[in-house]
Design a protein around this ligand. Structure first.
Ligand code: SF4
Ligand code: SF4
Length: 236
């Protein structure tokens, strides 16, 4: 699924449309883009501080990869290696960056996942790229995939216009919010997401596995809580 604009006679827009199509052939489930200038003032920058990406021009291309609940291991986090799903996405962003250079002579590079290591607020970027909308579970709900999708991005030396993104998806209307009521951390007090409460669960999961791994050569992965994602009833 591609979210794209279209301006005949605009070479950067033409290349961007080719990039989005190429991303899908490389394995991405969805692809979209957002000018860097739009990210500088995204909601998470206002609430959590500046993003890590040190660019003030060009475009961020956001890729999503469906994480099938039947393959939970795609989301298992390993110390120093992230998750298998994220490694697949990294393979796509780096292959796409190389392709952009080889085929179109444009500079492009993978954007690190972590904001503290040069990354961006990926969920905000995905929404601004028109890939989906925020659900009451604080995750991006993407048509056809729901919340069961992970994102990664690359930066490209392409200047494309801002798209008009239709606000046609209202996934949470009338829902009884099992995503919130089954959170083991009660991380949605008053219906609003508490990053602090969710992170405390993540940190505890990591600490428990580190402790188990400290005296064995067989290293376990961390299987983080995904209740708010997996209990979402939106079927796409
Ligand atoms: S990941 Fe788990 S702890 Fe965090 S908000 Fe979702 S349900 Fe709650
Ligand atoms: S479970 Fe319902 S309220 Fe929660 S994100 Fe999914 S659709 Fe929205």
């Amino acid at each position: 699924m591609i979210r794209e604009g279209g301006a005949e006679g605009d070479p950067d827009q033409w290349i961007m449309n080719a990039v989005l199509a190429k991303a899908l052939t490389l394995g991405a489930s969805v692809a979209g883009y957002v000018p860097v200038s739009l990210l500088a003032d995204c909601p998470s920058v206002r609430s959590a501080g500046p993003q890590g990406l040190a660019r003030n021009s060009g475009t961020v291309i956001v890729l999503g990869l469906y994480h099938d609940p039947a393959c939970p291991e795609m989301d298992w986090w390993e110390e120093g290696r992230s998750t298998p799903g994220d490694r697949i996405l990294y393979g796509i962003t780096t292959a796409l960056s190389r392709w952009l250079g080889d085929e179109h002579g444009r500079v492009a590079h993978d954007i690190p996942y972590d904001v503290t290591e040069g990354g961006i607020y990926l969920k905000d970027a995905a929404v601004l790229a028109g890939l989906g909308v925020f659900g009451k579970n604080n995750l991006v709900i993407v048509p056809g995939f729901g919340s069961r999708i992970r994102f990664r991005a690359l930066w490209a030396d392409l200047e494309v216009g801002i798209k008009c993104v239709p606000e046609c998806l209202s996934p949470c209307t009338g829902c009884s919010r099992p995503c919130q009521t089954h959170c083991p951390q009660d991380a949605f007090p008053g219906g609003r997401f508490s990053r602090k409460r969710c992170l405390s669960r993540m940190d505890a999961d990591k600490a428990a596995v580190r402790s188990e791994n400290s005296d064995t050569t067989e290293k376990k992965s961390v299987q983080h809580c995904r209740n708010c994602e997996l209990l979402c009833v939106y079927a796409g």
